[in-house]
Design a protein around this ligand. Sequence first.
Ligand code: ADP
Ligand code: MG
Length: 238
Amino acid sequence: MGRIELNSVEKWFGDVQVIKGIDLQIDDSEFVVFVGPSGCGKSTLLRMIGGLEETSRGAIVIDGTDVTDQPPHQRGLTMVFQSYALYPHMSVRDNMGFSLKTAGAPKKEIADKVNRAADILKLGPYLDRRPKELSGGQRQRVAIGRSIVRDPTAFLFDEPLSNLDAALRVEMRYEIAKLHRNLDKTMIYVTHDQVEAMTLADRIVVLDYGTVAQVGTPKELYAHPANLFVAQFIGSPS
Ligand code: ADP
Ligand code: MG
């Protein structure tokens, strides 16, 4: 579970086309990174997959089901953003368990899932704190923890580390790589940071203003960039 297909997906804002017919197959448990310059459509494409943005044309298929017209909560995915949007008045524990609580899950199940996520993210000592008593990196971990407890089919990350300072960004990058190894779930990760893309991705999708410039493993893109745009973006020597 966690296979995501994009079939000739397009997005129009009024008469401006920002996604120009994208085809892509993402395998179960794959870590796929969307990279490209600011404004090239990374967030829009990710939000379409998550259902936060309507798809103008084409289809999005998850594990064989066409979800193009399904609302976000029916897609079994979760999104992690750069702004953590934690509830300030709630403890870390309650922030992480909130979605399960509103879905009516039993207390024991909520506690177990929150504890498991806290273990993975080393948040155990902080469960009774409020968000304002945490560092930026810890808050981002809580935001990720909140996603883990929902046991999604796939994780969608939109530049989750861009608010962190350089050292913390490196640390959290390792955390996310470890999370992927631990959970073995499909992850789609948007960034404009080449180093993040090269180190995290099984495959990189380079976007060039609404079209796919190239798809490949970090090695393939580095060794054989399809064109100058990709070469410059990936920073390969050719
Ligand atoms: P990225 O995440 O790669 O920086 P976005 O997906 O945010 O790019 O934006 C892609 C293009 O779509 C940009 O030109 C942006 O201005 C435009 N865009 C994004 N959201 C909207 C919107 N709600 N209405 C109109 N244009 C939008
Ligand atoms: Mg964006």
